[in-house]
Design a protein around this ligand. Structure first.
Ligand code: NAD
Length: 526
């Protein structure tokens, strides 16, 4: 494994630029500052204010005031602004890439995945969102004499709590349909990666989003999260499963809707007819993108025993060709982990697996010579099925390869988890792959790709089962979260009852007769 070095001064960013971004956070007075470091060198790159509860309440109030006029703005005009915002993200790509890289330590091509995702999401919702928000007619109990229709009103103010691993995509990907649906958004980015959300706020303004509609509040999650959840009308949370439970409890107490995009322990299934080189390439891309700090990354690979040796050789060899390092140009393959604490947690997962009998096929060590928070892409074998490395999310560049006797065992092992976010199946028979995908208990299962084909299918819903979350982003499901559907039902014959002079026994016969006709009619229509 080679290395490259790179200092954050090489980026096109200046401390002044980040300081100016921090001033976009509105507070009611001086607040304590939270230092923000780059994991590339563990040096401070700026500070953000620790917002108080009053600041959160004020941000939601500002958002609420702006929202009523926005909800009255024709959806086509809202869509134009969203589309323009996507274009601006594309135009400012290099600047945004620098901010993402500086905050997260990821390499440029992994940051690019985030930057290209936003224009695509804007374009998808600008094109498809208006139709999802149009009133729709529904079947009513007595054809011709009754009718029903549904309207979709914005919920009001949507809170978005986002994590550090994809701070650009995950601060905006849900905000886009929320705004398009006529809501305001208050976003709380992770305190380690706040600047990219602030930069996107600037671009939303430049795109013509009215003042106040996209607010950013900053601070430690446990300090500012509760006030946000207590004041918004819907909450989107992306982060760890345990935090998700806390957030869901609070949302439940407030009886507001929430969607939770949480962790995973994603299985990859390599069948006996898979092309080994293709599967190995997919494993390396999937497991080590963003140094494995990707909720969708495979962390467990179940390989048919007929393919196991060839697959392991191929995946180890491809992993050993990866370069570790940092550059603000396209260069190294794998970047830094987010922090020293996270490095310790990844190291501990690997060390405990090794103590339990696992073998390190490649990697397995930190690389302080490259930077303070770098860890080698690591492949483990001989892992026991109940070890932490198989049961708990590692969220680092570590993947275990396990031989299985056949597809049934692979499916059983893949489903032997509390999580259910993303899985993949590798085969030369795509129909067989899709059939096996149906057996895997995950919100998304990709065939012959580790994750990108599922994420990039923006028209299709994405989310987790079990401990991986609740609700879905993307697709029509991703915008319907942000509206209250209201049914307006009309009768042309007055109340659906019988005059007081009619005996109840006659009413009963009429009702059961009517119900029977209805059932017959619906069978005929089917
Ligand atoms: P985390 O749960 O610690 O933090 C996520 C966000 O929640 C941050 O903004 C944080 O400040 C905030 N937060 C922390 N405590 C809070 C509280 N008590 N109330 C309200 N907000 C609070 O997440 P993390 O561990 O730093 O992030 C990584 C996790 O996120 C991994 O488990 C990963 O799988 C998951 N993730 C899931 C998806 C998905 O789409 N399913 C995407 C990315 C990351």
């Amino acid at each position: 494994m080679t290395q490259t070095s790179g200092a954050y001064e090489q980026s096109r960013l200046t401390p002044d630029r980040l300081a100016r971004l921090a001033t976009r956070v509105e507070t009611g007075g001086d607040r304590p500052s939270i230092p923000v470091q780059t994991p590339i060198t563990d040096t401070e790159i700026g500070t953000i204010p620790a917002c108080s509860d009053d600041d959160i309440v004020a941000a939601v109030d500002r958002a609420r005031q702006a929202q009523s006029a926005w909800a009255e703005t024709p959806v086509e005009s809202r869509a134009e602004i969203i589309e323009r915002f996507g274009d601006l993200v594309d135009e400012h790509r290099d600047n945004l890439l620098d901010i993402v890289q500086l905050e997260t330590g990821k390499v440029r091509q992994h940051a690019l995945e985030e930057v290209v995702d936003i224009p695509a999401t804007c374009s998808y919702y600008a094109s498809n969102g208006p139709a999802e928000l149009t009133d729709s007619g529904r079947a009513a109990p007595i054809p011709l004499l009754t009718s029903a229709s549904v309207t979709y009103d914005p919920v009001g103010v949507v809170g978005v709590i986002s994590p550090w691993n994809y701070p650009l995509t995950l601060s905006l990907t849900d905000a886009i349909p929320a705004l398009l649906a006529g809501n305001a958004v208050v976003c709380k980015p992770d305190e380690r990666t706040p600047f990219i959300a602030l930069a996107l706020g600037e671009l939303l303004e430049e795109a013509g989003l009215p003042d106040g509609l996209f607010q950013i509040v900053t601070g430690e999650g446990a300090a500012v999260g509760p006030a946000l959840i207590d004041n918004v009308d819907y909450l989107v949370f992306t982060g760890g499963t345990e935090t998700g439970r806390t957030v869901a409890e609070r949302a439940g107490r407030n009886l507001i809707g929430c969607s939770l995009e949480l962790g995973g322990k994603n299985p990859m299934v390599v069948l006996d007819d898979a092309d080994v080189e293709t599967a190995a390439r997919g494993a390396v891309t999937g497991a080590f993108t963003n140094a494995g700090q990707l909720c969708l990354a495979p962390e467990r690979i179940y390989v048919d025993e007929d393919r196991y040796d060839a697959f392991l050789d191929a995946v180890v060899s491809a992993t050993e060709n990866l370069t570790l390092g940092h550059s603000f140009d396209y260069g190294p393959d794998i970047g830094s982990l987010i922090s020293g604490d996270h490095l310790d947690s990844v190291r501990e997962h690997v060390d405990s697996a090794v103590e339990g009998g696992a073998t390190v096929a490649t990697g397995g060590r930190a690389r302080p010579d490259v930077g303070p928070n770098f860890y080698e892409p690591t492949i483990l074998t001989d892992v026991s099925p109940d070890s932490r490395i198989i049961c708990e999310e590692t969220f680092g560049p570590v993947v275990s390869v396990v031989p299985v006797s056949d597809a049934e065992e692979a499916i059983e092992r893949a489903n032997d988890t509390e999580y259910g976010l993303n899985g993949s199946v590798w085969t030369s028979d795509r129909d067989r792959g899709r059939a096996i995908a149906r057996e895997i208990d995950c919100g998304t299962v990709c065939v012959n790709d580790p994750y990108a084909v599922g994420w990039a299918a923006i028209d299709a819903p994405m989310g987790g089962m079990g401990d991986s979350g609740l609700g879905r982003r993307h697709g029509p499901e991703g915008i319907h979260r942000f509206v209250e559907s209201k049914t307006i039902a009309t009768s042309r014959i007055g109340p659906l009852d019988t005059p007081p002079s009619v005996p109840h026994s006659v009413t009963a016969r009429a009702l059961t007769g009517l119900a029977a006709v209805q059932r017959r009619l619906s069978r005929l229509i089917r």
